[in-house]
Ligand binder design. Structure first.
Ligand code: SAM
Length: 182
């Protein structure tokens, strides 16, 4: 993220299932936060454990990342677009990332980045402003999201500092060093 970026980025995880998606959805949220997104939405089954574990991460590691459960994803996305935001759906069937990322970055619009679960409803492909692929091979929402955010922020997210952190890592060539800031 660059200081001149005026837009905000939220990740939307579709169709969460408490038992089967616990780990992957948590990883989607942690990657979203660590790679510079401002917050996340999710639909499917509400999972207060995941919400709580992300809140704990934010409390300790800083920043203001938020997670919001959305009952009706279609309404949310329509509302987002009506209010001037755009939506980017990550799918292996979409246009290659390197062909479109410049236009997405330069649009000046707030962004929702949609990642799917096991089965993605056809409507998502139609409702999204952009269907974007990170390779045309099947892989994972976590991998796709990481690469997308990295390209969107052009690597600036790698050096981001999180405000109000209680703990922070001091990078080491070997071993582990953590400092407490409170
Ligand atoms: N079979 C599902 C479908 O209907 O598209 C995809 C399942 S995949 C495990 C879960 C999610 O990972 C997808 O919805 C998509 O967001 C993301 N994903 C997987 N491969 C991708 C790729 N090559 N490019 C972009 N996103 C990808």
């Amino acid at each position: 993220m660059n200081s001149h970026d005026t837009w905000r980025v939220f990740v939307f995880r579709l169709g969460h299932r408490i038992e089967r998606d616990k780990r992957v959805t948590t990883h989607v949220f942690l990657v979203a936060r660590a790679f510079g997104a401002h917050g996340a939405f999710y639909s499917g089954q509400r999972d207060e454990n995941i919400e709580e574990s992300v809140r704990r991460v934010v409390k300790n590691w800083g920043g203001s990342f938020s997670v919001e459960y959305v009952e009706n994803w279609v309404e949310k996305i329509k509302w987002w677009r009506k209010n001037g935001g755009e939506t980017i759906h990550l799918t292996m069937y979409g246009l290659p990332l390197d062909e479109v990322i410049g236009k997405i970055r330069g649009s000046g619009k707030d962004k929702i980045v949609i990642v799917g679960g096991e089965k993605v409803p056809r409507l998502v492909y139609e409702i999204a402003d952009w269907n974007v692929s990170i390779t045309s091979q099947p892989h994972s929402e976590v991998g796709a999201l990481s690469v997308f955010l990295h390209e969107l922020y052009m690597g600036s997210e790698l050096r981001r500092e999180f405000e109000n952190a209680k703990i922070k890592i001091v990078p080491q060539a070997k071993g582990k060093k953590i400092i407490r800031l409170d």
